[in-house]
Ligand binder design. Structure first.
Ligand code: C2O
Ligand code: CU
Ligand code: CU
Length: 524
């Protein structure tokens, strides 16, 4: 993978450009916010919960093509020069399989990038060496219920969970992160996440830029104290209700990143790995984007967008050809101003691309990328409605997460194809939280198979804010997370195939999720 370099480093103590602009997102803050007495440095642990028995030993009748050990550990990372920042991270070791399966991300707290192929059988030993329980979820992957990292399978300190599954997904940019109930936000924030890239024959046939020309980039915002240590939930209840926002953007775990490129075509895979921040990604010079993929892999054909709206957990893949750009020129990726109604985001830098060398060869953008094999709206067997409601805290249809609790209206016959409608237009219907009676965007995520976004409706009160982001939605591809803006109703269509058992759907604003804006659905 191409090494990212640091330039124009911003000293922690003297709020530089990136920090100042990020901070401007918060109207009350004009520069880097120092740690206030009430802020809790990581890690903060919860009292131990009652744990299910550790998982069984690997099964004898599962023959893996790839075997990996992942360990969640307390460690340090160098994010700023001469500062060791305490992080929690996932370390990996390839036990069996092709060497390229596991690629460490240099100079980063990120877990290794896992590269697998559709059809491969994978065994992963996850060992938790943290002082609290954890479990890993393969975000976007279609795996059996007990291999999905459901919070009920969280393992305690010193315990191991063994995953065995076949990679059934089409080629795409998936990722992995912890999923213990109530602690997903702090664990992801502390550094636990990694890419899970799947390839297949269809992707090979598209002849896309590969190797060093295929670059996964994760956007994450963080907040640091004067000692360069991560700070989480400094504003307590308010951060939980709104979602936690940092004031320092990190790309693949580093601040102020410059990406050196050759003057040729690249495939950039963008993942929003932030707890709650939404990005409106644009080229500073106004160039449009050529989008080739979403959460669940390649689009049928490339589409153009003026900017990219990237909500937490969403992925967008772009094709960008630097051919024709002059040597040593720079191109800047920024997050453009937008509003969600409640919250205004100003412009801030994301990444600088530096065209540092000529290319010896190039590839052409294919007209056709893949056959997504979408369902038709007429395939839908029923419609379920999920209201996103503030009722003391964030809820789904007025309910919060129960470890194994599930209702009739969350019980789905195996292999059913259904429409789920997420409704976020209930402003004013919330119960008595005074100033907390707010309307916020919610990135809704469903475990299991991917979905199509088949309809969006925005009401009059939400329209102005919606229009500051809506041209950046990419609804042409398979997705597993969809942003539902204030005043909006979004219908998604999907199959609930192959595996029975308990899976979850939730808001991927991790503070909302931890607060219980998450429910089981049960496939029977
Ligand atoms: Cu990315 Cu339920 O998670
Ligand atoms: Cu997921
Ligand atoms: Cu939410």
């Amino acid at each position: 993978m191409t090494k990212l370099t640091r330039r124009n480093f911003i000293r922690l103590a003297g709020a530089g450009a990136a920090t100042a602009v990020l901070a401007a997102c918060n109207p009350n803050s004009t520069n880097l916010t120092p740690t206030s007495p009430g802020e809790t440095p990581l890690p903060a642990t919860l009292p131990p919960a009652t744990l299910p028995p550790p998982t069984a030993v690997p099964s004898a009748d599962f023959v893996p093509d790839v075997e990996i050990a992942l360990r969640a550990v307390e460690d340090t990372a160098v994010i700023f020069p001469n500062v060791n920042t305490n992080v929690w991270r996932i370390q990996g070791e390839l036990l069996q399989g092709d060497a390229h399966t596991l690629q460490p991300v240099p100079d980063s707290y990120l877990g290794p990038t896992l590269r697998l192929r559709k059809g491969q059988k994978v065994r992963i030993h996850f060992t938790n060496e943290l002082p609290e329980e954890s479990i890993i979820h393969w975000h976007g992957l279609h795996v059996p219920a007990n291999m999905d990292g459901h919070p009920q399978y969280a393992v305690g300190s010193g315990q191991t969970y063994v995953y065995e599954f076949e990679v059934l997904n089409r080629a795409g940019t998936y990722w992995y992160h912890p999923h213990p109930h109530g602690r997903t936000g702090p664990q992801v924030y502390a550094g636990m996440a990694g890419f899970f890239l799947v390839s297949d024959d269809e992707e090979d046939a598209a002849n896309l830029p590969s190797g060093e020309y295929d670059i996964p980039l994760v956007l994450q915002d963080r907040r640091f104290d004067d000692n360069g240590q991560l700070v989480y939930l400094g504003n307590g209840m308010m951060d939980q209700m709104m979602g936690f926002l940092g004031n320092q953007l990190l790309i693949n775990g580093q601040p102020d990143v410059t990406l050196p490129v050759a003057a040729r075509a690249y495939r950039l895979r963008l993942l929003n790995g932030s707890n709650s921040r939404i990005y409106k990604v644009g080229w500073e010079d106004g160039s449009p984007f050529t989008v080739i993929g979403t959460d669940g892999g390649l689009l049928e054909k490339p589409v153009e967008r003026p900017y990219l709206t990237l909500a937490p957990a969403e992925r967008i893949e772009i094709w960008v050809d630097f051919n024709g750009r002059s040597l040593n020129s720079e191109l800047k990726l920024v997050s453009l101003p937008f509003t969600t109604g409640e919250f205004q985001s100003g412009q801030f830098p994301v990444l600088t691309v530096h065209i540092e060398r000529e290319a010896t060869e190039n590839v052409a953008l294919p007209e056709k990328l893949s056959s997504p094999n979408f369902f038709a709206a007429a395939d839908s067997e029923r419609t379920r409605t999920v209201a996103l409601l503030m009722q003391g805290g964030w809820t789904l249809n007025g309910r919060t997460f129960e470890m194994t609790g599930v209702t009739d209206d969350e019980t789905i016959p195996l292999n059913a194809i259904e429409t789920w409608e997420y409704v976020n237009d209930s402003a004013g219907r919330g119960m008595g939280m005074g100033m907390m009676n707010m309307s916020l965007p919610h990135p809704m995520h469903m475990h299991g198979e991917s979905f199509q976004v088949i309809e969006r409706q925005i009401n009059a009160s939400g329209k102005a804010a919606w229009e500051t982001l809506s041209e950046g939605f990419v609804d042409e591809g398979w997705k597993d997370t969809v942003l539902v803006m204030p005043g909006e109703r979004v219908k998604v269509l999907r199959r609930f195939g192959d595996f029975t058992g308990l899976f979850i759907y939730h808001c991927h604003n991790l503070e909302h999720e931890d607060m219980g804006m998450m429910r089981n659905f049960k496939i029977v």
